[in-house]
Design a binder for this molecule. Structure first.
Ligand code: FES
Length: 102
């Protein structure tokens, strides 16, 4: 059974019918996923951190949206530069990145 310590969800703007519509994808969320993948691999955390792209969360104007479980922490307006901060401060350090909270 897979039981990661953290599960990171990144909105890539997919709607239920499969089309992409919304801000997250157009504001670079696919690049965020690539950065998270690099960070997880570089830190050798693939067994502890799961990464999933998601459909629209319905708050597109605050995108790109990243949600981290188990806490259910919602981050908005996330940039590629913020990925390292989320990994270092939240995933490794256990502290939420307050300036990105929505
Ligand atoms: S497209 Fe990401 S919240 Fe809507």
């Amino acid at each position: 059974m897979v039981s990661p310590n953290y599960h990171i969800f990144v909105c890539t703007s997919c709607r239920l019918n499969g089309t992409k519509k919304g801000f997250c994808d157009s504001k670079g969320s696919t690049q965020l996923i690539e950065r998270f993948m690099e960070e997880i691999e570089d830190r050798d955390l693939s067994g502890e951190v799961m990464l999933t792209n998601t459909g629209c969360f319905g708050i597109c104007d605050k995108g790109p949206i990243v949600v981290v479980y188990p806490e259910g922490t919602w981050y908005g307006n996330v940039t590629e530069d913020d990925v390292e901060t989320i990994m270092e401060q939240h995933i490794v350090g256990g502290e939420k990145v307050t300036e990105l909270l929505i």
